[in-house]
Design a protein around this ligand. Structure first.
Ligand SMILES: *[C@@H]1O[C@H](CO)[C@@H](O)[C@H](O)[C@H]1NC(C)=O
Length: 543
């Protein structure tokens, strides 16, 4: 049943050529400020006033940050006598319509927060019992419209029951909660951008038909706290299989920004911002704008070339192109003017030389601009070698590109290999998949053609990995496999999730392996001594 539903949803999604909720707004990702990453739910009127004024004083509104948010913490614990949602008068003495007037008076837009649950999210472990909107959607949507709300972030605490604060495995489709609030907002006739936040639990990008339930959807668990590189990589790995499932009106939300939080280095903050911008995530600043020395954060947040990538009318995300495990990641995607944006990320914590191969994004040559500095890098031919800071990145716009010849592969089904130590087959869409590789299980392919000269070969691997996680592990939202050619030292390869169910393939994961001999006598052994590898469908070897 689950499988059938997934296929139907996918078929519908494929019929519709574009993604997103067609409510006339949110055609590009929303930009603004949100208190949560700096203040958690400690939300007050004076705090919002101060931060809103700062947003304007710092000129952030002028470059696009328009949505001023309240997050959790504004609500009362009892509905008013008419059954309406209402506020904590100690924290918000002028009321929520008053807050809207203040925000609009600054020329900003008003971003409200509620929850598709019995109570709200809170920062005291689920004991605050602030009001949620579940089963009060029409009433609350009308109240939000009366308050002048322009945006609603809709969260997911207490969505299952009055006693279950955060449930990562709800026994029903959360989509129903979000669809209800979408329709209640639409019925108010006020344009209210709808930002869904079910933490990526049920793969909204893929399973909400055509992204039609919301203008954006969180695709992962919270980005923190704490701000950390591991948290960024957990989200980057999780977005790999869904970058194609988004577009104008419906975007993957990678969560609010930690730019300005100095637990991350300046280079990490820049990579974070560039990635989020190019993945077409909403960009919500999450730093206390009154803190001293914001210069470095502001130079990242106000870069108009990076913002232009985010706000590009085509609305297409960068896609995962290649991972050089423990070395660098290559991502690329299209812009409305026909150019290509490329992000190369140094996966190591130290500053070093990294080479970007244009072939990894399909080109042999191109004119390049450094998006961060705006400098032209002239015409690139085949590759560019440059120094990247630890976890820093190269962010390029390529134009006048020349296509590289596409590599040709000879494919070997995984099921044609020898299985040992617990490795086992299963069938998906009438394809035989080899699973339980790793933890003793091994898959060995023989009689592999090394061509006329052998040596190092490019492989294209089709695999399934639905080991998605809400927490940080050694390889969050990825699995590792060791590939050994002809008994040589295993090359460790990190493979991101291919989806959130065990039937979705990742196709053409590229990796170069040394040690091939000429002729058809090569073996490739796939294993992992200490964890499970992905499941494998087929292995292509470049001819
Ligand atoms: C099975 O079909 C679905 C729908 O076309 C596709 O997304 C998935 O990748 C396929 N899986 C395999 C293993 O072929």
């Amino acid at each position: 049943m689950k499988l059938l539903r997934t296929s139907v949803a996918l078929a519908l999604a494929l019929c519709k050529l574009s993604y997103g909720l067609d409510n006339g707004i949110g055609r590009t990702p929303a930009m603004g400020w949100n208190p949560y990453n700096a203040f958690s739910c400690a939300n007050t009127e004076s705090l919002i006033h101060t931060q809103a004024q700062k947003l304007v004083d710092l000129g952030l509104d002028k470059v696009g940050y328009k949505y001023m948010s309240v997050d959790c913490g504004w609500q009362a614990t009892q509905r008013d006598s008419a059954g309406g949602i209402t506020w904590n008068p100690t924290r918000f003495p002028s009321g929520m319509a008053g807050l809207g007037n203040f925000i609009h008076g600054l020329g900003l837009k008003y971003a409200m927060y509620s929850v598709g649950g019995f109570f709200s999210c809170d920062d005291v472990g689920g004991t605050a019992h602030w009001l949620g909107s579940l089963n009060h959607e029409d009433t609350d949507a009308n109240i939000f419209a009366q308050w002048g709300v322009d945006y609603l972030k809709y969260d997911n605490c207490y969505s299952v029951s009055e006693t279950d604060f955060v449930d990562f495995n709800p026994p029903f489709e959360l989509k129903t909660h979000f669809t209800k609030m979408r329709d209640s907002l639409a019925a108010t006739k006020r344009p209210i951008l709808f930002a869904a936040c079910e933490w990526g639990l049920q793969d909204p990008a893929r399973t909400w038909p055509g992204g039609s339930v919301a203008n954006s959807w969180r695709m992962s668990n919270d980005i923190g706290p704490p701000p950390s590189w591991a948290n960024l990589m957990r989200i980057i790995n999780q977005v790999v299989p869904i970058t194609g499932f988004a577009g104008p009106g419906g975007f993957n939300d990678l969560d609010m920004l930690y730019v300005g939080h100095n637990e991350l280095t300046a280079a990490e903050q820049q990579t974070h911002f560039s990635f989020w911008a190019a993945a077409k995530s909403p960009l919500f600043i999450g730093v206390d704008l009154t803190q001293g020395n914001l210069d470095s954060a502001l130079s990242i947040l106000k870069n108009e070339r990076v913002i232009a990538i985010n706000q590009d009318p085509l609305g297409k995300s960068i896609n995962f192109k290649r991972r050089y495990t423990n070395d660098n990641d290559v991502w690329a995607g299209p812009l409305a003017d026909g150019s290509t944006v490329v992000l190369v990320i140094n996966l190591q914590a130290s500053s070093r030389s990294v080479t970007f191969n244009l072939a990894d994004v399909g080109f042999s040559s191109a004119n390049a601009q450094d998006i961060i500095t705006g400098n032209s890098l002239g015409r690139l031919s085949n590759s560019l070698t440059t120094t990247l800071q630890g976890h820093g990145s190269l962010f390029l716009k390529l134009t006048s590109t020349t296509a590289a010849p596409a590599p040709q592969f000879t494919f070997y089904p995984a099921s044609s290999g020898a299985l040992s130590g617990g490795a086992a087959t299963r069938t998906v869409n009438s394809t035989t998949i080899v699973g339980f590789v790793g933890n003793g299980g091994k898959l060995t392919l023989s009689n592999i053609d090394g061509g006329i000269s052998g040596g190092t070969k490019l492989l294209a691997i089709d695999y399934i990995n639905a080991d998605f996680t809400m927490t940080n592990t050694a390889c969050s939202n990825c699995r590792e496999a060791l590939f050994s050619v002809n008994g040589g030292t295993g090359v460790r390869v990190q493979m991101p999730i291919s989806g959130q169910s065990w039937d979705i393939l990742f196709q053409n994961f590229l990796v170069s392996l040394p040690g091939f001999k000429a002729g058809k006598t090569n073996t490739i052994e796939i294993s992992n001594p200490s964890a499970f590898a992905p499941d494998f469908s087929r292995i292509g070897v470049a001819s």
